[in-house]
Each structure stands twice: as structure tokens, then as C-alpha cells.
Design a protein around this ligand. Structure first.
Ligand code: CA
Length: 237
């Protein structure tokens, strides 16, 4: 399964999914991983509570109807402890009263099943963006910045979401502005994040990124590799 994992640099940057329905759990885990968000999936309320007690998460996706401990009890206990981890409740249609109780108990948002993945992602990004604004984790060279929580790039006042591998590649370059990376170096680092790096993948991703941003931002250093410039102002004259 392709998984873009920033765990090495951001130990708290994964999503905890507490959901007992195997179909929903599996498809959400896959879809979020494909978007570049590492997911830990647990299927029961007590397991969920254990996970929350032992690790920090960027976001919790919480089903309400769960074996052993209800989602609502998990949520109440979490907020009573003063834990403000962003939390999105996912509920079945017949649990709408619980949904209201969930919001009153401190959920950041809720979704009613069945929901489309795009809708879920929009909610997730909105919650993470709010978190980003309160506590930004940004890397960049001053002109492009990457928001790790939402996998968005912000460039000259515009914000655009990036597919997982483009984000990963830009992350590698922006982590070290002014350094030239060879194709092999980039491939090696991309492979740490996603096992599906095919032939020509780096060239294709660079091509997309240069189209999206600015040929001057990602410099092609002939015969050596690519870099982002250290001081973007120097690129303009
Ligand atoms: Ca359930």
C-alpha cells in the first residue's frame, strides 16, 4: 500500500481512525494513505482509548457506535482531560441524537454515513487548516511553503493541495533550499515514503511541479539534478 509517511520528522502527524466497520475502515485507511496521510486504524473503543493515551495524533476520526466503549464516552473523557486533539465524529443516520451530543462534548465536526470521500477530505482539510493556523508547521524557502498538516503548498498568496508524491518531492527539495539533489538521491528519499516509485517518476513529478509553480523556483541544474533556490528574490530581476 503506498504510504507517504512523515513519521520520521513529525512523530505526531498521523490520523487515528476508530471505526469498527471493516469496509469503511479499510477504504478510509487506503484513501487517506493515498492522499499522503498516514493512518492508524483501530476497531474497538477500548483500543481507541489506549491509542489516544499512548500517542499524539494530528486528528482523530471517531465512529460513535463502537464495541466495548462508545465513541461518545471516548470523546467526553478526552476533552475532560483537556486534550484538544482535533476530532471528527462519523455517525450512522440513526445516531443523530448522539451527533448533537458529540458536538456538545467537543467534537470539531461530524459526518453522517454514508458520506463520500471527497466530503470527508474537505472536512479533514478544514479542521487541519484551522489547526495549522493556530500552530503552523511550515517548511520552505520563503516563497513556497508547505503545510505538513494539510499537504498543501502555498505560493505567492495561493494555496493548492498537492498529490502525495508531488508533495513528497517538493518537501525533499524545500527541506534544503540551495542544495542540488540528483535523480538518484530524490528516488531514494521518495522510496522511503512510497514504495511505488517507477522509472521516470522523478522527471514526471518535477515536470508537474514546475508547471504548477514556476520554472524559476525549481531549478534544473544541467547534468546534476534539481534544487529550489535559497533566496527567491534573487531569481527576479
Ligand atoms: Ca460502528
Amino acid at each position: 500500500m503506498p504510504s507517504f509517511n512523515l513519521a520520521a520528522s513529525q512523530p505526531e502527524s498521523s490520523i487515528l481512525l476508530i471505526e469498527d466497520d471493516p469496509m469503511i475502515g479499510l477504504s478510509l485507511t487506503r484513501a487517506l494513505n493515498d492522499t499522503g496521510m498516514p493512518v492508524e486504524w483501530v476497531r474497538d473503543g477500548l483500543e481507541g482509548e489506549r491509542a489516544i493515551a499512548t500517542q499524539r495524533y494530528q486528528l482523530i476520526l471517531l465512529d460513535l457506535g463502537l464495541p466495548n466503549k462508545s465513541g461518545l464516552d471516548i470523546l467526553k473523557a478526552l476533552r475532560e482531560r483537556g486534550d484538544a486533539t482535533p476530532l471528527l465524529v462519523i455517525t450512522a443516520r440513526d445516531e443523530v441524537d448522539d451527533k448533537v451530543a458529540g458536538l456538545e462534548s467537543g467534537a470539531d465536526d461530524y459526518l453522517v454515513k454514508p458520506f463520500g470521500f471527497n466530503e470527508l477530505m474537505a472536512r479533514v482539510r478544514a479542521i487541519l487548516r484551522r489547526t495549522d493556523e493556530q500552530n503552523p508547521i511550515v517548511i520552505g524557502n520563503g516563497e513556497i511553503s508547505l503545510m505538513l498538516a494539510t499537504h498543501e503548498a502555498s505560493y505567492r498568496g495561493k494555496t493548492l493541495p498537492l498529490p502525495a508524491r508531488e508533495f513528497a518531492l517538493l518537501y525533499i527539495l524545500l527541506d534544503s533550499p540551495g542544495t542540488v539533489f540528483s535523480r538518484e538521491q530524490i528516488e531514494t528519499r521518495l522510496y522511503e515514503w512510497s514504495r511505488e516509485v517507477g522509472n521516470n517518476a522523478v522527471d514526471v513529478l518535477i515536470h508537474y511541479l514546475r508547471k504548477k509553480f514556476d520554472n524559476e523556483i525549481i531549478r534544473n541544474v544541467r547534468g546534476i539534478g534539481w534544487m529550489v533556490v535559497k533566496h527567491p528574490d534573487a531569481t527576479r530581476s
